[in-house]
Design a binder for this molecule. Structure first.
Ligand SMILES: NC(=O)c1ccc[n+]([C@@H]2O[C@H](COP(=O)([O-])OP(=O)(O)OC[C@H]3O[C@@H](n4cnc5c(N)ncnc54)[C@H](OP(=O)(O)O)[C@@H]3O)[C@@H](O)[C@H]2O)c1
Length: 286
C-alpha cells in the first residue's frame, strides 16, 4: 500500500474554513446556524452517531439540538414536530436519523423536511438537483468521499469505478457524483452476478454494502484505489469496514482507513450543508 486516505489531513483545513463562515454568519445575523437532529428510538449506533454530529457541530460554532422520541411514537407526532421546525426561522438544518422504526414509511418521510433545510439531501427535490448537476445541498457521505479523493488528487476521469451498494443515501448518489466527475461507473448490488469479475477490472472501488469484510484481495485489481464506507463493530469490539483491510493492503495504491476515513468526512459535510443552508436562506450566497 502506498497511501492511507485519512480524513484528518484535510479536516483541520475544512474546520478553519467552516468556522470562519460561522463567524461571518454570526456577525451578519446575530445568531449561529442551527442544526436539529431528530432521533426516533434508541438504536445504540444511532445514539452514538447523533452525539458525534452534535459534538462536531458545537466544535465549529453551530447551535445544535437533538430531539429524541420513543420508538413507539406515531409517525404523525414526529411529522408535526418536523413541520414546526420547518417553520422556525432560527432552524437551518434538520436531519432525521436513520434507521427509523419499521412503522415509518421512508417513501413518505423524504417529503417531511423542507428542501431548504434538508441537510441529508433526502428530499426528492434535492435528489433531483443532484442528478441534474444543479447547485444544492449535497448527500453527506458521497460528497465526503469526493472531497477526500479531491484532496488526495485522485483523478477520476477515464477511470473505471465500481460502487458496491445502491442505497438511496450512499450507493446511488455516489455513482451520480462519480459519473459527473467523468468516471465510468459500475453500480453493483446484492443481485449482481460474479461481483469479483467486475471489481477486478475496476480502478476504483467504493464499497458500501454494509457487509463486514466483504472485499478481500481476491476482489481487487493490483494498484486500485479503495474507499471503504462500511462501519461495523466486530466480535472483538473493534470498528471495521466492508473491506478486509489486512487482506487487500498490499495490493492497493490507496485505501481509506476505518475508522478515520469516510465517517469523519460525512459529519464534516453535514456541518457544511447546515452552514450553507443558513447562508443560502438568508442571503442566497455561499
Ligand atoms: N461512513 C459513513 O459515514 C457511513 C454513512 C452511511 C452508511 N455507512 C455504512 O455504509 C454501509 C452501507 O450503508 P447503506 O446505508 O448504503 O446500506 P444499505 O441501505 O443496507 O445498502 C446496502 C447495499 O449493499 C448491497 N449489498 C448488500 N450485500 C451485497 C453483496 N454481498 N454484494 C453486493 N452488494 C451488496 C445492497 O444491495 P440490494 O440493493 O440488492 O439489497 C444494498 O444496495 C453500512 O455499513 C453503513 O453503516 C457509513
Amino acid at each position: 500500500m502506498n497511501l492511507l486516505l485519512e480524513a484528518k489531513s484535510l479536516l483541520s483545513e475544512r474546520k478553519n474554513f467552516l468556522s470562519s463562515k460561522v463567524i461571518d454568519f454570526k456577525k451578519n445575523f446575530n445568531r449561529s446556524p442551527k442544526l436539529v437532529v431528530v432521533l426516533v428510538g434508541s438504536d445504540p449506533a444511532s445514539v452514538i452517531y447523533t452525539s458525534k454530529k452534535g459534538a462536531e457541530a458545537q466544535a465549529i460554532g453551530l447551535e445544535h439540538e437533538t430531539i429524541q422520541f420513543e420508538a413507539s411514537t406515531p409517525p404523525e407526532v414526529v411529522r408535526e414536530k418536523i413541520l414546526e421546525l420547518n417553520a422556525n426561522p432560527n432552524v437551518d438544518g434538520i436531519l432525521i436519523q436513520r434507521p427509523l422504526p419499521t412503522t415509518y414509511d421512508l417513501k413518505e418521510i423524504i417529503y417531511w423536511v423542507d428542501p431548504s433545510k434538508d441537510v441529508d439531501c433526502f428530499h426528492p427535490e434535492n435528489v433531483g438537483k443532484l442528478y441534474l448537476g444543479l447547485e444544492g445541498l449535497k448527500p453527506c457521505t458521497p460528497f465526503g468521499v469526493m472531497e477526500l479523493l479531491k484532496f488526495y488528487k485522485i483523478s477520476l476521469e477515464k477511470k473505471l469505478a465500481c460502487v458496491i451498494g445502491r442505497s438511496d443515501i450512499v450507493g446511488k448518489p455516489m455513482s451520480a457524483l462519480l459519473l459527473q466527475a467523468n468516471a465510468t461507473v459500475i453500480q453493483a448490488h446484492s443481485k449482481t452476478k460474479n461481483l469479483n469479475e467486475l471489481t477486478k477490472q475496476s480502478d476504483i472501488l467504493i464499497v458500501a454494502a454494509g457487509k463486514p469484510g466483504l472485499i478481500d484481495h481476491s476482489y481487487v485489481k493490483p494498484g486500485c484505489i479503495i474507499v471503504d464506507v462500511g462501519i461495523h463493530r466486530n466480535s472483538k469490539n473493534k470498528v471495521v469496514g466492508d473491506v478486509d483491510f489486512d487482506s487487500v493492503q498490499k495490493e492497493v495504491q490507496a485505501i481509506t482507513p476505518v475508522p478515520g476515513g469516510v465517517g469523519p468526512m460525512t459529519i464534516s459535510v453535514l456541518i457544511e450543508n447546515t452552514i450553507k443552508a443558513a447562508i443560502t436562506r438568508s442571503t442566497n450566497k455561499f
